[in-house]
Design a protein around this ligand. Sequence first.
Ligand code: C5P
Length: 227
Amino acid sequence: SKKIIIAIDGYSSTGKSTLAKHLAKEIGYVYVDTGAMYRAVTYYAMKQGLIDMEHFDKEGLISDLDNIDLRFEFSPELGYAEIFLNDQNVESYIRSIEVSNLVSKVARISQVREKLVEQQQKMALNKGIVMDGRDIGTIVFPQAELKIFMTASAEKRAQRRYKEMKDNGVQIEYDTVLENVTSRDHLDTTRADSPLVKAEDAVEIDNSNMTVEETYALAMGYVKDKL
Ligand code: C5P
């Protein structure tokens, strides 16, 4: 059967990456987490002292972009690809609350988006890809054969993220997680360049009251219709 591009967009912590990973594994496609790319650039900027909660040297980051090399490397043990920043595996650093609180400021910069979108488009030259993010169905692959847009109430999303962090031994307050989820939603939907918006031809899944398995079953139905 023919290979297609599957674009999964939506709000923070709606389970996009869980769904995308599962779908990709089931149909033997490559999964690409574009949020990891924006997070890795943010981590780089933090390490270079270009951004913190008080200040952001945007011009400094823009002029440093050519020194940022991102690549994904498939991990057979994990069953998905991990992200490398200038040859260092940064998977374990990019999901921190510090990066989460700054990433949407970095993702607003057009020069950053231009660089990452170009790299993302090159990854799909052979199709057979499931990519998740905020602008995949609108900007990166407007021609994608299947577009899924994921939503859920902010409270449900914060509860899930909070539980996940607690389960991983992270010390954090529920309100801090809710605040991060809602402020990223705000920044992502209101930015001038490539704001988070549902593509006209996307199917919407609101999984506020659905389990991971129910979300997967529904999405898999859409996938089978396209293959
Ligand atoms: O998907 P994840 O929550 O890891 O993404 C982190 C942030 O990266 C988002 O809140 C958004 O600001 C940015 N992002 C983006 N475009 C994408 C993927 C992520 O602007 N395609």
